[in-house]
Design a protein around this ligand. Sequence first.
Ligand code: ZN
Ligand code: ZN
Ligand code: ZN
Length: 132
Amino acid sequence: MPARTRNTAQRQAISKRLEELSVFVSAQRLHEELARGGTKIGLATVYRTLQTLASDGTVDTLRTDSEILYRYCGTDSHHHHLVCRLCGKTVEVAGSQIEAWANQIASEAGFVDVEHTVELMGTCASCAANRS
Ligand SMILES: [Zn+2]
Ligand SMILES: [Zn+2]
Ligand SMILES: [Zn+2]
């Protein structure tokens, strides 16, 4: 199989598995999930493919203290996430008040082309229930 075809197949396998999982996972964890499902892709390839998917906007990334987590994101437009610290469950949130606040702060300071990233981290209802 030519390299390009193989890369495309791996890329599809990786983004499909990530879409099925629908939570933030590390490259390591995704690599394990793929192996469990019978898809043998090297960890280095999983890393590289996730970086490519992240740079073209197919996946969201989340930087924690120790690692980068990835999640398939079906939404192209600008949005934010509410993420469970324990299980990675994610809720996509529109943040119109955040947008208004950011625009106002930026224009008051005379800034243009302002971008922002806002991620809300917490404990989801089921993890909170399990804990008590
Ligand atoms: Zn998203
Ligand atoms: Zn949770
Ligand atoms: Zn925003």
